[in-house]
Write a new protein. Structure first.
Length: 225
């Protein structure tokens, strides 16, 4: 009887060990799983305000744009639940609509503004015990902001930009379709700070101090492996 009880206890202990080992393997897999995501969406750029230093005085310019687009992708790693880290490359482009100077006169504009982002992001998943997983987070990095605009009635214009500090904040909801595939919808507030644009006619005065703040609604797909 004692031998049977001892054997049963040993078998139970062995089973518990195996179960715990498998659970640890699953947890470890969840902490180290890689994924690739692709996304696209609509982007709304706030007015881009700059100034031109003419020596004895400054003139302020503000460019308004139409709704543009955002395209991008990311490679990520689940560090541990619920934290994910990723590297994102994305590009946004907006068509120029109008410009204003000295906060008084507004004229038509053409051409475009754009930004190409390289960001390191951290996202926190919020467990719901369902196929839907909300998440929040953000990131920081650099972006190349560029311009190629035309201002009606003006010779000067936004031309080549430069590399600047960039960041984003946002969140969304992921829907798990399979263990390796999920769909995602989200919002991102992106910023590129203190960008100078060359004067398009080759004049020495640049457009200085432009901040590109954009509101982005995007949808994407994520592949885990």
């Amino acid at each position: 009887m004692k031998k049977s009880l001892l054997a049963a206890t040993a078998i139970l202990a062995l089973n518990l060990f195996v179960v715990n080992a498998r659970a640890a393997d699953v947890a470890e897999a969840e902490r180290t799983v890689f994924y690739v995501s692709l996304f696209a969406g609509a982007s709304i750029l706030d007015d881009v305000d700059t100034k031109v230093d003419f020596g004895t005085y400054d003139r302020g310019y503000s460019v308004d744009t139409r709704t543009g687009y955002l395209l991008g992708g990311a490679i990520g790693l689940r560090i541990w639940d619920p934290l994910r880290a990723e590297v994102e490359i994305s590009h946004a482009r907006w068509k120029a609509k109008s410009f204003e100077y000295e906060n008084t006169l507004t004229y038509d504009a053409s051409g475009h503004l754009s930004a190409t982002y390289l960001l390191g992001n951290l996202w926190i998943d919020i467990p719901t015990d369902s196929a839907f997983t909300p998440y929040v987070g953000g990131g920081a990095g650099v972006a190349w902001a560029d311009g190629d605009t035309r201002f009606e009635g003006e010779d000067i214009r936004y031309a080549d930009g430069e590399l600047g500090f960039a960041f984003q904040l946002g969140g969304g909801i992921a829907l798990a379709v399979t263990d390796q595939l999920s769909l995602d919808v989200g919002y991102r507030f992106k910023g590129v700070l203190d960008i100078d644009f060359d004067n398009g006619i080759g004049a020495p005065q640049d457009f200085e101090g432009g901040d590109l703040y954009s509101h982005n609604v995007q949808a994407g797909v994520t592949f885990g492996f």
